[in-house]
Design a protein around this ligand. Structure first.
Ligand code: PGA
Length: 241
């Protein structure tokens, strides 16, 4: 059985007070949500502690947005596995296209971060996806297969989530057509040794397209940016029909 995981990626949004306001408004909205759906918030480091305290005892899990591969050391601005597990972090986003595009993340460092997360018992959410130019050049499949081959070297596929995030669909309102997302996710699954890895779709997921996305047989959840910042929007997403 593949686990359904609905994750919000807050990116660089919400200070602690705003995070607390969100949780208080969101919690009542999921009182009837199916227990088999895992809900995850990947929040800024500064909100992890307050979120951990306020999510304790709820069915919501906590995620971070980065992890360094060293246990500790002279890596200004980075964060270690033990710093995250001490707070109760369960998931971490690795290889998001914004990290790859703006912060020099490579498949090599993505691979190191994935293995570091697993070493600390944190489940990494590995993001892969193609640019618009690569899609137009019909390179989507080769790009993604190449990313997976490099990113997953010596990675344990029993403790892994993958998010297919076409870069042109992120924050653009231009969602990938759900059948096409389903097809690419099928291609990703073919590359895996463990066929039960949860594979999410991400890129302009909204309340008005979630039902169609989750109706696709290969899609096991979503990674949501913009629409995860509003409690009622994200509640509609986790309560998809
Ligand atoms: P978006 O972001 O939902 O705002 O498109 C998705 C993501 O970057 O994970």
């Amino acid at each position: 059985m593949r686990k359904i995981i609905l994750a919000g990626n807050w990116k660089m949004h919400k200070n602690q007070a705003e995070s607390l306001d969100f949780v208080q408004a969101f919690k009542p909205e999921i009182s009837n949500t199916d227990e088999t759906r895992e809900i995850v918030f990947c929040v800024p480091f500064t909100s992890l502690t307050i979120m951990s305290k306020n999510l304790h005892g709820s069915k919501i899990r906590l995620g971070a947005q980065n992890i360094h591969w060293a246990d500790e050391g002279a890596y200004t601005g980075e964060i270690s596995g033990s710093m995250l597990t001490e707070i109760g972090v369960n998931y971490v986003v690795v290889g998001h296209s914004e990290r790859r595009q703006y912060f020099g993340e490579t498949d090599k460092t993505v691979n190191l971060r994935l293995k570091a997360a697993q070493k600390y018992g944190i489940i990494p959410i590995l993001c892969v996806g193609e640019t618009k130019a690569q899609r137009d050049a019909e390179e989507t499949e080769s790009i993604i297969i190449n990313q997976l081959q490099q990113d997953l070297v010596d990675v344990d596929q029993s403790s892994l989530v993958i998010a297919y995030e076409p870069i042109w669909a992120i924050g653009s309102g231009d969602t990938c057509e759900s059948k096409e997302a389903n097809r690419v996710i099928g291609v990703i699954r073919q590359q895996l040794d463990n066929k039960n890895v949860t594979i999410q779709y991400g890129g302009s997921v909204k309340p008005n397209n979630i039902d169609e996305i989750m109706a696709q047989p290969e899609i096991d959840g979503v990674l949501v940016g913009g629409a995860s910042l509003d409690p009622s929007n994200f509640a509609r997403i986790v309560n998809y029909q």
